[in-house]
Design a protein around this ligand. Structure first.
Ligand code: ATR
Length: 275
């Protein structure tokens, strides 16, 4: 019988995950189906049971707005998911148990380092935002041993709290946007500002020579932050499409035990967007 998977969210109709996983399955010759399922906002817990017991799915990806709630509901989870405070990948085991993981952070770091050749070790990294998206990527970023990871947020207290939460893992500090001390080698936007076409208030001399800017958001045209980066002399300005595909590849590996090639899928989707 063909194994079934899905991504759940609200809304979900614009998700690229079914296309991405279909490509992975074709490429690795895995027999699986992957669909997008919209779940009512208040009904995550009952929906998880239905997906497992009635639809007989083998696993799901979880996206906005359910990642944090899933983290609270699923007891059995990876160390990185525990730290991330969010789950984006769920495995439904044959014995009925669930296992939660978070592949967003590893997806970001692979896209930065492998796909875009951006060095993190020994660098000054600025992370903008202190919500769920920022929290999910801090542990993997610190694993590269940057000289500093500064978390800057509109609400400074949330950045301080995140820095405290991860202080045992490396050189991390938090503050408001006014506390940002240039210059940085890598600037990552994890705020929701791009959704409103806005950019956090950043110093004009923020970027070092050869700096790389990364927007965790992805859009067919330049996001506000990507435009800001180009205007302020970034050597590289990269959006979050690669992260989206890398986090999916890691979920696919967890479910199927094979790692798909991501580069061809990034090219495919980039090409479709420009058509
Ligand atoms: P997500 O899961 O996407 O991180 P979230 O937890 O609601 O969503 O967090 C949104 C983040 O974007 C927060 O860091 C938020 O800043 P505050 O903590 O001060 O609310 C940030 N954000 C949202 N809109 C913003 C804007 N227009 N300018 C700057 N930061 C913004």
């Amino acid at each position: 019988m063909t194994d079934k998977y899905a991504v759940i969210g609200h809304p979900i109709s614009h998700s690229k995950s079914p296309l991405i996983h279909k490509e992975f399955a074709r490429q690795t010759e895995q027999d699986l189906e992957y669909s997008a399922i919209e779940v009512p906002v208040e009904e995550l817990e009952s929906s998880l049971s239905q997906l497992r017991d009635i639809l007989k799915l083998k696993g799901i990806n979880i996206t906005v707005p359910f990642k944090e709630q899933a983290w609270q509901l699923v007891q059995n989870q990876s160390t990185r998911a525990k730290r991330a405070g969010a789950i984006n990948t769920l495995v439904f085991n044959d014995d009925g148990s669930m296992f939660g993981d978070n592949t967003d952070g590893v997806g970001l770091c692979r896209d930065l380092t492998v796909n875009n050749g951006i060095e993190l070790r020994g660098k000054r990294i600025l992370l903008l935002g202190a919500g769920g998206a920022a929290r999910g990527v801090i542990e993997p970023l610190l694993s590269y041993d940057p000289v500093e990871l500064f978390v800057a947020n509109r609400t400074a207290s949330k950045a301080h709290a995140l820095a405290d939460l991860f202080s045992d893992l490396g050189h991390i500090r938090g503050g408001g946007f006014e506390d940002i001390k240039p210059q940085f080698d890598v600037v990552i936007n994890a705020t929701a500002a791009s959704l409103q076409g806005e950019v956090p208030p950043l110093p004009d001399d923020l970027l070092s020579d050869n700096a790389a800017c990364y927007d965790m958001m992805y859009s067919d045209s330049d996001t506000a932050f990507i435009s800001w980066a180009r205007q302020h002399g970034a050597a590289q300005a990269v959006d979050g499409l690669g992260m989206l595909i890398e986090q999916a590849a890691e979920a696919f590996r967890i479910w199927r035990g094979v790692k798909p090639d991501t580069r061809s899928v990034i090219e495919l989707i980039r090409h479709q967007a420009s058509d």
